[in-house]
Structures are given as structure tokens and as C-alpha cells.
Design a protein around this ligand. Structure first.
Ligand code: NDP
Ligand code: 2IT
Length: 453
């Protein structure tokens, strides 16, 4: 069988056996197609049934989460943890709290996480979890009761050497705190079972900043490779959460000017550059809408989502040199990349997971727009989570500078590995292909070593 037929066969059986999981198919298809040159060169992956095995999670856990709202009424959500692959280390990956969460979304994220975690060079396996709970508009008490109920069930399946969850959309320091408190109460164990913890109780300096900082370090490596730099660049950033905020902060530190940010309700264009303090105040402290930003900065423009042209994201119609999609999946489509290209954008560096649609990715590859795939460029978050686990295991605390310098080194290694692997397979500069092959190869070879499991 040709490798293309092999990939088609695995895709077909995945779709048949897991109906309705659109985002999961999208993630699987991107990886499998880009593996074809490796599969061609190395029949051992086909011989060992690796593709068939790697698209099926080790296990998926689905549970009911009941919690009491402020009016005393019982509310019900669905909780998930998909433990995808622990061949190279304990399961590791975030928890997403968003009304759009379903099994297909958690599976796409868990699948991506296998290869991302492999690329970090650290011993961590892939997992993801979350719930369709919507944290927006909830009181602290409601958030706490949800998190406690969620952990009541999740605690049965996790542990510092088993599975170590962390933050993702809707799960930040506050939620990790409530979940950690509940885990400790249930198990009587103070252990590094979650990452993104508070600094007083086992958290790591620089974990909050790590995904955004790491994303910018990755972009810096890519630009340097082609004799360019971040200095003087105009950057379009989407999102205004954890990843976007620290992307914006690091872009300034490296001489670029971020001029946009967005949330689910609208976007801000601020030609003078996004004011970081206002953004942190609105999002990290007040948990408010970006509309407040336009009130604080009258020279900025706020456009609500309802005013966007059909099928496009207004952030990507902004003139810029470099783009950092840092909100959510499929937020940058073909129309958007054409707009970016027309306006002279040379690099799309993904902070979010799978933010570019498949046709947008094809367009970037065909038109030689530099493209940093999220599983490589946003890996700084999970890599620093592993550094948090290391500190917990040794009961130690490292300085901000020490963690940040390790993060920089890890991002350089991920870039170099992805780039060199693209070269090895005759597609120099196709970092997506390089990252997929390099991330896969380590896990697949380890699966072969460990036999039929
Ligand atoms: P946050 O919850 O802190 O922020 C998410 C941001 O994206 C918010 O501005 C949110 O707007 C916006 N957003 C979320 N969902 C949608 C949607 N459906 N449509 C439009 N806007 C949306 O999450 P993070 O910053 O942590 O995560 C952002 C992305 O980065 C995700 O793809 C995540 O998987 C990925 N990521 C996160 C890592 C981490 O360490 N946190 C590590 C690696 C990747 P609003 O507030 O209005 O909902
Ligand atoms: O998508 C991701 O890599 C994360 N949300 C971070 C996971 C982690 O374990 O730190």
C-alpha cells in the first residue's frame, strides 16, 4: 500500500469510528499528511501499526459535574479528561472551560499535545480536559463550587507521575487554586498534580508569562534564520487572555509594536501600540470587555464582532508585518490570510492551538509566508509547566531569570529541530512539516520500543 493510501485508510477509519468530531479530524489530517515523507522513508511505522494506534486515546473520561449556583439551584455540566498518550512521560495538558467544549475539541487538543510535548525535548505525554462550563459572568463562589465538583471526579485519574493538568482557555490562576485546594482536601497530598499554581504554594515564576514569551522567542528564532528580526515590526495579535497579553509584553521588549488585540465580543486597533497596563487591568483584574479599552484610549478604535465583514476576523485586515493568532481554533481563515498577505505580512506565528484553517495553511505554504505551527510556537507554556514539575519534585524554587533562560533555550531547540527536520525531508522552511515529523518520530520510536501496548 502506498503511504498516501495508508494515511487515507487511517483517516477513514477514524471518521467512521468517532462520528461528529470535526476539529479532531482536522488536527489528525494535518499531522498525518505531513508525515508522508517520513512514512515513505521508514516502513517500520506502518509495520508497527503506529498511525492506527496513535489516533486512539489511551482512555477518555467523561463525567457529570453538578454545582450549586448563587441562587441555590443545581447546575449541570459535562467534564472531560482525554489521556491520549503517555509513551514518553506522564500525561500533561491543560483544562479548557468554555461553552463550546465537547469531546471532539478535547480530542483535537489532546492529540496536538502529544507532538507539542514531544517537541519540548522533555518527558511529558499528551492529554487535555475541560468542561462546557462557561466562566463568564459567574461569581467567585460559583467558580469555586464548579471547580471543586469538577475535581471531585477528576482527582481519581490524576497524580504527579500519572497526569498533571494545567490551564487553558477559561482556566487561569484562580481556577487552578480552587482545583488544587480540592485535590489536597480529597487526597491529603501536597504534590505537583497541577501546574500554573500560585507562587506561594508550589507555582513556578514565569509560568504565567511562558506561552506568550515563548511564542515571541520562537518568532525571533524564525526571523533570525532568514536574516530578519523583530525590531521595528508592526504586529497584529488576536485574543486578550493569558497568551495574548504576554505575547504583547514580549513583543515590546523585543522592539516590535503590537497594534491589535481582541476578545469574543470585538477587537481593538491602537496605532500607537496597545497599552499593556490598561489591557492587564481590564482582562486580568476587572475581567471586563475590551470596549473599556476604547473608553480609556480615545485614539484607539473598537469594532464589535457584529460589524466584521461576513466570514473574516477584523484583526487580520489590519496592516502588519507579523501576525500572532492567540485566541482560539480556526480564527484565521483563507480570506484572512489573503488580507494579511496583501498588506505585507511575512510571518504568522501561532500562539493558540490550531488557529489557522487548513486552506489558510495551504495558502501560506504555497505563497512562502513564514508559518510557525502552534504545536511548536506555543510549546513554551507546557515546557515551563514541566519546569514547575521539576521544581516541585525537588522541593526547590528557581528565579525568574533562570526559568526564562531555560524557556528561551527550549524554544530555540524546538525551532532548530523543526527547521532542521524540514530540511532533512526536502522541504526547508516548512516548519509545520518539520515539527510534525520531529514530534511524531520521538513518540512513535518509543512506542515501537515499548511493544504492543
Ligand atoms: P484565555 O482564556 O486566557 O484567553 C482566551 C482569549 O481568546 C480571550 O481573549 C477570549 O475572549 C478569546 N476567545 C476564546 N474563545 C473564543 C472564541 N470562541 N471566539 C473568539 N474569541 C475567543 O486563554 P489562553 O490565552 O490561555 O488561550 C488562548 C489560546 O492559546 C487557546 O487556543 C489555548 O489552547 C492556547 N494555549 C494556551 C496555553 C496556556 O498556557 N494558557 C498554552 C498553549 C496554547 P473572551 O474573554 O471574550 O472569551
Ligand atoms: O495547550 C497547551 O499547551 C496548554 N494549555 C498548556 C498545558 C500545560 O500543561 O501547561
Amino acid at each position: 500500500m502506498s503511504v498516501h493510501k495508508y494515511v487515507e485508510k487511517v483517516m477513514k477509519s477514524t471518521i467512521q469510528s468517532t462520528p461528529g468530531q470535526t476539529e479532531f479530524y482536522q488536527a489528525v489530517e494535518e499531522v498525518l499528511i505531513s508525515l508522508e515523507p517520513l512514512l515513505q522513508a521508514e516502513p517500520k511505522y506502518d509495520n508497527n501499526n503506529i498511525l492506527e494506534r496513535i489516533v486512539i486515546p489511551d482512555r477518555q473520561i467523561l463525567f457529570r459535574v453538578c454545582w450549586i449556583d448563587d441562587a441555590g439551584k443545581i447546575q449541570t455540566n459535562i467534564g472531560y479528561r482525554v489521556q491520549f498518550n503517555n509513551t514518553i512521560g506522564p500525561y500533561k495538558g491543560g483544562l479548557r472551560l468554555h461553552p463550546s467544549v465537547n469531546l471532539g475539541i478535547i480530542k483535537f487538543l489532546g492529540f496536538e499535545q502529544i507532538f507539542k510535548n514531544s517537541l519540548t525535548g522533555l518527558n511529558i505525554g499528551g492529554a487535555k480536559g475541560g468542561s462546557n462550563f462557561d466562566p463568564k459572568g459567574k461569581s467567585d463562589g460559583e467558580i469555586m463550587r464548579f471547580c471543586q465538583s469538577f475535581m471531585l471526579e477528576l482527582s481519581k485519574y490524576i497524580g504527579e507521575t500519572i497526569d498533571v493538568p494545567a490551564g487553558d482557555i477559561g482556566t487561569g490562576g484562580r481556577e487552578i487554586g480552587y482545583m488544587y485546594g480540592q485535590y489536597k482536601r480529597l487526597t491529603n497530598r501536597f504534590e505537583g498534580v497541577l501546574t500554573g499554581k500560585g507562587l506561594n504554594w508550589g507555582g513556578s515564576l514565569a509560568r504565567t508569562e511562558a506561552t506568550g514569551f515563548g511564542s515571541v522567542y520562537f518568532a525571533d528564532n524564525f526571523l533570525k534564520k532568514v536574516g530578519n528580526s523583530l525590531e521595528g515590526k508592526i504586529a497584529a495579535v488576536s485574543g486578550s487572555g493569558n497568551v495574548a497579553i504576554y505575547t504583547i509584553q514580549k513583543l515590546y521588549e523585543m522592539g516590535a509594536t503590537p497594534v491589535t488585540c481582541s476578545d469574543s465580543r470585538g477587537f481593538i486597533y491602537h496605532k500607537a501600540g496597545i497599552d499593556l497596563n490598561s489591557l492587564k487591568l481590564i482582562k486580568e483584574i476587572n475581567r471586563a470587555s475590551l470596549e473599556d479599552y476604547a473608553k480609556m484610549h480615545t485614539d484607539s478604535v473598537y469594532v464589535p464582532v457584529s460589524k466584521y465583514p461576513e466570514g473574516t476576523n477584523a484583526v487580520w485586515a489590519t496592516p502588519c508585518d507579523i501576525a500572532f493568532p492567540s485566541a482560539t481554533q480556526n480564527e484565521l481563515n483563507l480570506e484572512d490570510i489573503k488580507n494579511l498577505h496583501k498588506n505585507g505580512c511575512i510571518l504568522v506565528n501561532e500562539g493558540a492551538n490550531m488557529p489557522s484553517t487548513p486552506d489558510a495553511i495551504d495558502y501560506m505554504i504555497e505563497n512562502k509566508i513564514m508559518y510557525s505551527p502552534g504545536k511548536a510556537s506555543n510549546a513554551g507554556g507546557v515546557a515551563t509547566s514541566q519546569l514547575e514539575m521539576e521544581q516541585n519534585a525537588s522541593m526547590g524554587n528557581w528565579s525568574f531569570a533562570e526559568v526564562d533562560s531555560k524557556l528561551r533555550g527550549i524554544m530555540k531547540n524546538i525551532f532548530d529541530l523543526s527547521y532542521e527536520t524540514s530540511k532533512e525531508f526536502g522541504n526547508e522552511g516548512n516548519v509545520m512539516m518539520g515539527a510534525n515529523i520531529a514530534g511524531f518520530r520521538k513518540v512513535a520510536d518509543s512506542m515501537i520500543d515499548q511493544g504492543a501496548v
